[in-house]
Design a protein around this ligand. Structure first.
Ligand SMILES: [Mg+2]
Length: 360
């Protein structure tokens, strides 16, 4: 079965839960990638950025790879990925060229699973049919303590058993007061993750990590401004608390530096930055050899399938930025996503919504 056409559609969509994480994010710009085959199948992938202007560059990178993917035998998955990797070499193996490669690779996996009549999760391994998620769409840095407590309580009521809050730019005592307020309202049986989004030095991260341990924080994510895995290892080795990271790393080669330095306790490959489903699965397999768990970063509509496929899949980040693009988004129940039996990623775009948000 061969790819006969590719269409990319850039959107500008309002976020139902705008991020107020020190920087306001009110809208997002996904680019939907649709691949079509000579046997009438359609596969979907998605890349995104945050800016009506920048999304034009992202679309250009995706369209640049059209002639590479059209004519591709969909079942030759390693060949397809390698061709895309080779063709992006001159654009660079970081940033938008890799986002473009990833969205196309993801759409190819949607096609392969549809051709097999299986959900992607089963085609890739089928380790389980249900994966736990953590809520990541609230509890931002600019929330007041009242807002933090109200939203944390409401997440527990909705069935979430894990949630993430953000830290990074307030005095440590203030950060700890905010964490304490959330812990008080959710009780001891809910996991709390803390994401610092690259704000601290090594000594600061170790100092704060020791305080976070007292509140039984599940993981400390991206504590350091440094992007050197050797620095991450200093924090990871100093703390009993799990240190999570890796959302900005591109391909197995970046992750290799992380593994060699024993830099992280939880790996978080991001579907569009790592190089699509193919590369995500390779990083997960290498992590298994180091006895490390893997959590996903955003894109839960797609990533839940990969976390469900593998034995070392830990948890899925639930970030419902654009669920409304799909007729039936993934079902969330009791803090878990149940993988549907529909073939592929089980996603069907809502054409009216796409039309409404398509950029002119
Ligand atoms: Mg993060």
């Amino acid at each position: 079965m061969k790819v006969t056409d590719m269409i990319s559609t850039p959107l500008s969509v309002p976020l139902k839960w705008p991020s107020r994480n020190g920087f306001a994010i009110e809208r997002a710009n996904p680019v939907i990638v649709q691949l079509f085959t000579d046997e009438g199948l359609e596969g979907i992938g998605l890349a995104f950025t945050f800016n009506d202007q920048r999304v034009k560059s992202l679309k250009a990178c995706i369209d640049d790879l059209k002639e590479t993917v059209v004519g591709q035998d969909i079942f030759r998955w390693a060949e397809a990925w390698q061709k895309l990797w080779t063709d992006t070499r001159w654009m660079g193996h970081q940033g938008y060229p890799i986002y473009a490669l990833s969205a196309i690779d993801t759409a190819l996996w949607d096609l392969r699973a549809k051709a097999a009549g299986l959900p992607v999760a089963r085609l890739l391994g089928g380790y389980r049919d249900e994966v736990p998620v953590y809520a990541s769409h609230l509890l931002f840095r600019n929330w007041s303590i009242d807002e933090l407590q109200k939203d944390a309580a409401s997440l527990v009521k909705q069935g979430f058993r894990a949630m993430k809050m953000n830290m990074g730019h307030k005095p440590f005592q203030v950060e700890l007061e905010r964490l304490k307020a959330v812990r008080e309202v959710v009780g001891d049986n809910i996991d709390i993750m803390v994401d610092v989004n690259w704000a601290w030095t090594v000594p600061q991260a170790i100092q704060m990590g020791r305080e976070l341990e007292k509140y039984d924080v599940y993981w400390l994510e991206d504590p350091l401004a440094s992007n050197d895995p050797a620095d991450w290892a200093l924090v990871t080795n100093a703390l009993g608390l799990r240190v999570a990271g890796g959302e900005t790393l591109s391909s197995k080669y970046d992750f290799r530096r992380g593994f060699e330095n024993k830099a992280l306790d939880v790996l978080m490959p991001d579907l569009q930055r790592v190089g699509g489903v193919t590369e995500w699965m390779k990083v997960a397999a290498i992590a298994e050899a180091w006895n490390l768990p893997v959590a996903s970063h955003v894109f839960h509509e797609f990533s839940a399938h990969m976390v469900a496929a593998i034995p070392n899949g830990l948890i899925v980040e639930y970030m419902p930025w654009w669920e409304f693009l799909y007729k039936e988004p993934p079902l969330l129940k009791d803090g878990c996503i149940k993988i549907s039996n529909k073939p592929g990623f089980g996603l069907e775009l809502d054409p009216d919504i796409i039309k409404k948000h398509a950029m002119k």
